[in-house]
Design a protein around this ligand. Structure first.
Ligand code: ATP
Length: 238
């Protein structure tokens, strides 16, 4: 740890940038409301919402990446500070968050406060991700409490967390990367994409689980009416 302070000590003028990656299959109000509240809570300049074409640790998404990006764009609409970011669709191979964070770090500079946002369920598996230590070299991690998921941690995850946890957003923003913050947002929602896909397949209502614009696009393009495409098409999206 250095004791000499950089010119932007405390980071008052440094950009504050968030990244919320996911499958977004489809995007729903649990994602979007969390994004809006985090944008406010952390005083972010921008929150990049980034769909993964090929999430490394889960099965093939039901809907092609460009369709999921279109749903995300429809869901965000003109929401200030949120950006539907299709950068991972341009990369070949698995979608590693470390690579995405490295790109954002290059774009925003060494002083930027870069924050990777995860729900508790995703965070519980962080030690299995590609290059997990590198994530903290590039960004802070902010974990959102999610109804229905408890916070049990494996020994490797506990080791990764070490002494990184801080109590609040201002402690987080004193440095460009390397710390962990847990937040419980006021309107946490027990909404999951799995439940939405099941409902759409069974012809049940999804009203008020996702933005009306997303529902309209999903219905118009008949995106979730079957049980997904076969795994061999998973990589043949673009
Ligand atoms: P699925 O049910 O298909 O697993 P999901 O609803 O968990 O999907 P993802 O696209 O996998 O959605 O999630 C992207 C990120 O958003 C993850 O970090 C996840 O933990 C978080 N997230 C998803 N839903 C919520 C929610 N309701 N509240 C808070 N965080 C959420």
């Amino acid at each position: 740890m250095t004791h000499g302070m950089s010119p932007s000590e405390g980071g008052a003028t440094a950009p504050r940038i968030g990244m919320l990656g996911g499958t977004f299959d489809p995007v729903h109000l649990g994602h979007l409301r969390s994004a809006v509240e985090l944008h406010e809570h952390l005083a972010l300049d921008r929150l990049h919402m980034i769909p993964a074409p090929q999430p490394p640790l889960r099965g093939c998404p039901q809907v092609a990446a460009h369709e999921r990006l279109a749903l995300l764009e429809a869901g965000i609409g003109d929401t200030p500070g949120l950006v539907a970011d299709g950068r991972e669709l341009k990369r070949a191979g698995p979608s590693y968050s470390a690579d995405t964070l490295a790109e954002l770090r290059d774009e925003y500079g060494a002083d930027a406060r870069l924050v990777m946002v995860l729900g508790e369920d995703a965070f519980s598996r962080l030690a299995d991700w590609h290059a997990p230590e590198r994530l903290f070299e590039l960004a802070h991690i902010v974990v959102i409490a999610r109804p229905g998921y408890c916070a049990g941690h494996s020994a490797p995850l506990q080791e990764l967390i070490g002494e990184r946890e801080v109590a609040d957003a201002s402690a987080l923003m004193q440095r460009p990367h390397g710390r962990l913050l847990r937040v419980t947002l006021s309107s946490r929602m027990a909404i999951s994409a799995t439940d939405i896909r099941r409902r759409l397949q069974q012809g049940e209502s999804v009203r008020y689980l996702l933005p009306a614009a997303v529902e309209q696009v999903a219905v118009a393009r008949q995106l979730y009416q079957t049980h997904g495409h076969p795994p061999e098409q998973c990589q043949a999206d673009e």
